[in-house]
Design a protein. Structure first.
Lengths: 114, 113
């Protein structure tokens, strides 16, 4: 079964450092998403991406965050200058763009900011 | 904004039925979903229901939707220890163009052998 793959599975970084999280979407999917889950809290929407541009973003997705799909395969989330409160599990999800809106999630990248 | 609420914890004995409840605020919700998260894993879609349906059954899973009260439930029949996980309710509103899912905080289901 096709799946969404994310790397790294776990990253530890110092506060103020830049972090890039990577996602390889399912090949025929057109919509891509990043969600995050702070330990013990809700899964929160960050951003959606379609046709090489952001289609929707939440209040969490401020100027410190950016997304791109530089090579037509990887979909990346960049955090420019990490803060302690960015520590969370970051999930990539993808959707075909048709049907019931089922999102397929990756296994997540755990980010720990020290 | 949209909000989805769930109780945090449910404990049942193996073989019993589990019922996980969810309430949501957005009356324009189009699809409602149940996702399962096992320890260290991503979110796996279990089932979904379209907002014009009252009930959907899929093997051991039964989803009930009360659109008037904005209440969604997931019933797991004959609960097994392998069903122990966190269950997330989520909704989306296609009609308003809001595709992104809004998730509840998750209900941790513990199944006692």
């Amino acid at each position: 079964e096709p799946e969404v793959t994310q790397t790294p599975s776990h990253q530890v970084t110092q506060m103020g450092q830049e972090v890039i999280l990577r996602c390889v979407p399912i090949s025929n999917h057109l919509y891509f998403y990043w969600y995050r889950q702070i330990l013990g809290q809700k899964v929160e929407f960050l951003v959606s991406f379609y046709n090489n541009e952001i289609s929707e973003k939440s209040e969490i997705f401020d100027d410190q965050f950016s997304v791109e799909r530089p090579d037509g395969s990887n979909f990346t989330l960049k955090i420019r200058s990490t803060k302690l409160e960015d520590s969370a599990m970051y999930f990539c999800a993808t959707w075909t763009g048709r049907g019931t809106g089922e999102l397929f999630f990756g296994e997540g990248s755990r980010l720990t900011v020290l | 904004g949209e909000d989805v609420e769930q109780s945090l914890f449910l404990s049942v004995r193996e073989g019993d039925s589990s019922v996980i409840n969810c309430t949501y605020t957005d009356s324009s919700s189009t699809y409602l979903y149940w996702y399962k998260q096992e320890p260290g894993a991503g979110l796996q879609l279990l089932t979904y229901i379209f907002s014009n349906m009252d009930m959907k059954q899929d093997q051991r899973l039964t989803v009930l939707l009360n659109k008037k009260d904005k209440h969604l439930s997931l019933r797991i029949a004959d609960t097994q220890t392998g069903d122990s996980a966190i269950y997330f309710c989520a909704e989306s509103s296609v009609g308003t163009g809001r595709r992104a899912l809004t998730f509840g905080s998750g209900t941790r289901l513990q199944v006692q052998p």
